[in-house]
Design a protein around this ligand. Structure first.
Ligand SMILES: NC(=O)c1ccc[n+]([C@@H]2O[C@H](COP(=O)([O-])OP(=O)(O)OC[C@H]3O[C@@H](n4cnc5c(N)ncnc54)[C@H](OP(=O)(O)O)[C@@H]3O)[C@@H](O)[C@H]2O)c1
Length: 259
């Protein structure tokens, strides 16, 4: 498993992590993933999976990079603090490594929410502040709203079928030292097709389609991915998407030719 720098920090996070939205299984698939190096686990207060994640990391908490999110209804100062306490309780931990704003808010000023996030850092409840589903403009505004911290990551939808962020968000984040966390990386039709460029590369490298896709999505130095897998075979397969690299030319080929 490759590890990549989180934002501009000295922390390294696994290139392939584990998503838990719609995760239905017990502790085993998550623990298997951690044992294979997928130590970045992603959840959110609205997923209903913080409890199972908490159980899965019992006894191995220090090996895990734990990330959760506050929902937009809780973006007022006091509500952020309360929401975080709720997440910590359900997860059974004293702090989370990354706490994210789940979506931008249309009604609550970002300054107020970010003030609460910085307060949580001061209190030792969260180590780092991230956002999710933010455009470049929203990200700039979020960064301007912080006084003592910087945004370390932006979690956004990124799959072979949805690659708009390659034009603006990924380059901006790369320049600014912000990690892009790719969610829903295996969604869309790309996993199911057969005779196409991904199929050819899969034969060339002796890797599965999912592995070629995840390897492509994480080919930039500041991008990691968090596929969700209940199936242990999928967990193994996804972890095997890291630790090797598509050549630069093949990355370019996918970028230019895969539509
Ligand atoms: N911030 C946000 O707004 C946001 C939104 C959506 C998702 N997310 C995060 O991103 C994570 C991943 O996104 P997602 O769950 O939407 O989509 P995803 O991970 O791209 O797709 C999950 C689906 O792919 C299957 N799968 C996993 N590995 C596979 C493999 N190697 N081969 C074939 N199928 C495979 C899973 O099946 P099995 O489960 O049966 O193994 C599941 O049905 C979420 O769990 C969540 O943590 C964040």
């Amino acid at each position: 498993m490759n590890f990549k720098r989180l934002g501009k920090t000295e922390i390294k996070i696994s290139e392939i992590g584990q998503g838990t939205w719609n995760y239905r299984d017990g502790v085993e698939p998550l623990r298997l993933g951690v044992s294979l190096g997928a130590t970045h686990i992603d959840t959110a207060e609205v997923y209903g999976t913080e409890g199972i994640v908490g159980k899965a990391i019992e006894g191995i908490r220090d090996n895990v990079f734990l990330a959760t999110k506050v929902w937009t209804d809780n973006f007022r100062f006091d509500d952020v603090l309360k929401a975080c306490e709720g997440s910590l309780r359900r997860l059974g931990v004293k702090y989370v490594d990354l706490y994210m704003l789940h979506w931008p808010s249309r009604s609550i000023p970002i300054k107020e929410t970010m003030h609460a996030m910085e307060e949580l850092v001061k209190r030792g409840k969260i180590k780092h502040i991230g956002v999710s589903n933010f455009s470049v403009e929203e990200l700039k505004e979020a960064r301007d709203s912080l006084s003592s911290q910087d945004i370390v990551s932006n979690q956004v939808k990124y799959s072979l079928d949805q690659r708009e962020i390659e034009d603006d968000l990924i380059p901006y984040c790369k320049k600014e030292g912000i990690t892009v966390v790719a969610y829903s990386p295996l969604k869309g039709g790309a996993l199911r097709q057969r005779k196409d460029l991904i199929g050819e590369l899969s034969s060339k490298y002796g890797r599965t389609r999912a592995q070629v896709i995840l390897n492509y999505l994480t080919s930039e130095e500041n991008v990691v991915a968090i596929p969700k897998a209940d199936n242990p075979d999928h967990v193994r397969e996804n972890c095997g998407a890291s630790g090797w690299r598509l050549s630069r030319d093949d990355v370019k080929l996918i970028r230019e030719k895969f539509r």
